[in-house]
Every structure is written in structure tokens, then in C-alpha cells.
Design a protein. Sequence first.
Length: 303
Amino acid sequence: MRYPHIASAFYNTPWFLTREKMTEVDAFLRQRLCGVRVKVSSEQLEGWRAAREQAQARAQRAPGAIAVIPMYGVLMPRADAFDEMSGVTSVQNLARAFRAALAEPEVKTILFDVDSPGGSVFGIEEFSAEIFAARGRKRMVAVSNSQMASAAYYLASAVDEVVASPSSDTGSIGVISLHLDFSKAAELEGVKPTWITYGQFKAEGNELEPLGEEARAFWQQRVDEYGEMFVKAIARNRGITPKEVRENYGQGRSFGAKEAKQRGMVDRVASFDETLDRLGAARTAAIRAELGRERLAIERASL
């Protein structure tokens, strides 16, 4: 098997990720593991670049008032090297952008532009708790535009207001993990692995032998632990009980905007541009209260 380090990083690891994206990544990796070279097209690269540039341009529509932070693609810790080439977003980069917006006196509102199927379990609770703790310092809004799933919802639910664009897909609250058994492939290649370890479970769950019942039970326990952490965080962020999350938030399913609103997963249904305009209008109303009608007319023109 080629690229064993890639396999060990993806398989047997809990993910806050949609099943569809998990399947897509699995198919991609299996081609790589079998020696098939997979190229990312220039059109895909340009699409990812354009999406980020578009988010930056949106932020400039209301200079000094609204900081727009793109939350696109698969969310992973320390993924800086992959941002441009694979549509992956670094959780650390998101956190840095968020802290910079909090520290900027001119920024009154932080707006997350979210289009993500989720990502790694690592670093998500820490950043979600950081966003939640910042409530009251500045207004924080997140828009599902057009997907806010799993890890992305975990983070976005921590803001003051969650918005779903009319055609969006929101939810997928759960944890997923995948084990692949390559033992037959190794046998066909004439390879018989022998693990030499210290520690009874050191080689547990490896991809070169079938997954045993004891190993499966252990990995299920880990998945359950992350799942409970997810549910408790959503309850904290949305001001409800864990029981309500389990009963109303889909148990891993995603929903369209209307049903997500009915279930209490989002606060309103509106497009990203409608939300940006509304937040800008709120800003001009605040200026009118402070500085009077003449200044308001000037600020409206600038917006």
C-alpha cells in the first residue's frame, strides 16, 4: 500500500464530517493508495480562489463595520499548506482571523460566510468555546451559504445569530469514522505483515488486518465521546438542553432552511447578501441615533 501516512491520518479517526464528504475523501484516497495519480483541475483551483476573493469583496461593501470571515471546505487543524490546493481551511487561520476582527476597534460585526461539510474533530471544541466566550464583545452572525454541516455547524452555532440561506443545507450533527481492511490486498501482493509492539493495543485497528470486536468497541467509545461533546456544545451554544439537541437536531441528518428554522437550528432564513444589507442597515440606524440625520445620509452613501 502506498502513502500509509495518509491512510493512518484519515481512517480510524473520528470526524465531524458529512457522510457524503467522507465517502468522497475515501474514494480519492483509495485511488492515491493504489498508485493512481489524481490531479486537481485548474478550474477547481480557480473556483476556490474566486470564492475566497468574493467573500473579501463582500466585506469591503461595508468598510470598517463588518468583518466577513470565510469558512469554506473541509476544516482541519494546521492545514495552511493545503488551503490553496485542496479547498481545506485551517482552523488556526480561522481563529486568527476571528481574533483580529475582535481586536479591530472599527469592526462592529463579525460575519461568518459558511460553506463547509465539516472536518476534523481536533480543535473544533476549543474554537467553538472561544467564539461563545466572545459573545457581548461584538455582534456575531453566521450564514449557511450554502452548507453548514457538522464541524462547521459546531463552530457557527456559537455566534449570536445563525442564518440559513433559502437553498442551504444545515446540520449533520454527529461523528463518523471509517476503517478499511487492506489485508486481502496485501495477501494478493504476497505481503504478510507482522506487528511488533509494546502495549497490548498498540497496533489495534490497523488497516492490514480485519477489525476485531474489541477494537471496534473501543473506536465506538471514542466516537461516542466526541458525539456527546458535540451535543453538549450545541446545547450550550443554542441555549437548550442536550435532550432537545438529540430530539430535534436530526441525529446526523441535514435539513433545508425551512425545516432547520422549524427545528430551532437557525434563527432566520435569508440570503447572505440580504443578511449583509440588514447588518449594514442596523449600523446606519446606530449612527443616526448617535450623530444625527446629516451624518446618516453620508454613511448611507458610503455603504
